[in-house]
Ligand binder design. Structure first.
Ligand code: HEM
Length: 355
């Protein structure tokens, strides 16, 4: 079913669920928000039921740990924060929370702007340009700096092994390069298709920043962009399923789950249920987010989970939102985006959802 759906291109529609995840789409329609399926030799509970999802993700640590990565996954993505458990997770998460928070996050803005400038320069000249780097005594206070400092720490309690350091680098590289790249591509596509939203977003950027580089104070004022980003995350969220397993027998709502079965939290399903989002759930309508997210979700935060929920939710969420707003602002200040006549609409779920 999947192979057949993926082999076909789509018309320019946002109703991509039947193509990208045809099995989930068919089985949700046939069996409802919770059903069991077999994934190779393991049974898997697939859920897009907001009530169960809330309980599941809020109890991730005690009852519903992450599944172990397969060897190939570990080689590609690194056994970093997103995949580890227990004390090791708590130690790494503390470091990451520190790096992606407050002042440290603010300090990353000039680096993001510099790297977008390099990208735009490349667009102009089509030539690559090396980013200059300098020698430093300390390792900086961004996430990489904190990781390298921890690697050199004398105290065994804080120390990170070389393997852990490399694992975290792979995880963050994947998140920054693949996931953020995917989101930015889908937003740019939608700005090309919906010229009215592109114009609104550009007007807002010019009103707030003129032709100057974005400043952090202004970034929080980009309301139209906030709406466009969230609607794109709803329909084209790069991460479409959150895999867990059951650590020990547990009651979840009305279900009694035996130990060692798998669970898949289908956030793509949550984002598309017509009973949650209306009959136009499959349409790109950023105005859904014209007020707070709580308003768009009728105060049920579980129905919109592009960054996950609970203690294992995305540590890079604020960074991702800031970076996306800076990238889009700087593009909109310089370019009008149009759709290439050669564009073929064929979203593919290759770890993240890619064009
Ligand atoms: C649009 C961008 C992004 C999206 C949609 C996204 C989505 C997610 C989701 C859904 C999770 C939860 C996974 C689960 O519960 O199984 C997650 C976790 C995580 N994300 Fe992101 N992410 C994004 C960007 C980033 C960036 C830029 C970074 C790092 C710089 C990052 C680092 C992580 C890490 C380390 C975790 C694991 C957290 C933990 O388990 O404690 N993400 N992300």
């Amino acid at each position: 079913m999947r192979m057949e759906a993926l082999s076909k291109c789509l018309a320019l529609t946002d109703d991509i669920f039947p193509k990208v995840q045809p099995h989930f789409y068919t089985w949700i329609n046939r069996y409802g928000k919770n059903y069991l399926s077999w994934s190779s030799v393991r049974v898997e509970l697939v859920t897009s039921d907001p009530e169960l999802v809330k309980k599941l993700l809020r109890n991730s640590e005690n009852f519903f740990p992450k599944r172990k990565l397969l060897d190939i996954g570990e080689k590609l993505l690194g056994n970093g924060l997103a995949f580890i458990e227990g004390e090791k997770w708590a130690k790494h998460r503390k470091l990451a929370d520190k790096a992606f928070h407050g002042e440290r996050l603010n300090n990353m803005t000039p680096t993001i702007i510099a790297s977008v400038e390099t990208m735009l320069e490349k667009w102009k000249t089509q030539e690559s340009k090396e980013i200059e780097s300098g020698e430093a005594d300390s390792f900086g206070d961004d996430y990489l700096g904190l990781l390298v400092n921890a690697y050199h720490d004398w105290n065994d309690k804080n120390k990170l092994s070389l393997e852990d350091l490399v694992g975290e680098c792979k995880t963050v590289y994947f998140a920054g390069q693949s996931i953020l790249g995917s989101l930015n591509s889908w937003i740019v596509l939608h700005l090309a298709i919906h010229g009215d939203w592109q114009e609104k977003a550009r007007r807002e950027v010019i009103d707030i920043f003129g032709n100057q580089n974005p400043l952090l104070e202004g970034i929080t004022k980009l309301k139209t962009m906030f709406m466009i980003i969230n609607e794109t995350l709803r329909l084209y969220g790069p991460i479409n399923g959150l895999p867990r397993e059951v650590a020990r027998e547990v009651q979840l709502g009305k279900l009694v789950l035996p130990a060692n079965i798998d669970i898949l939290v289908l956030n793509s399903g949550l984002h598309r249920h017509p009973y949650l989002w209306g009959d136009d759930a499959h349409l790109f309508k950023p105005e859904r987010f014209s007020e707070r997210i709580a308003k768009a979700t009728n105060d049920n935060a579980t129905t919109f989970a592009p960054f996950g929920l609970g203690s294992r939710s995305c540590v890079g969420m604020t960074f991702a939102m800031i970076e996306t707003k800076i990238v889009l602002s700087m593009i909109l200040q310089r370019y009008t985006i149009t759709l290439s006549p050669a564009y073929v609409h064929s979203p593919m779920p290759i770890i993240s959802l890619v064009p």
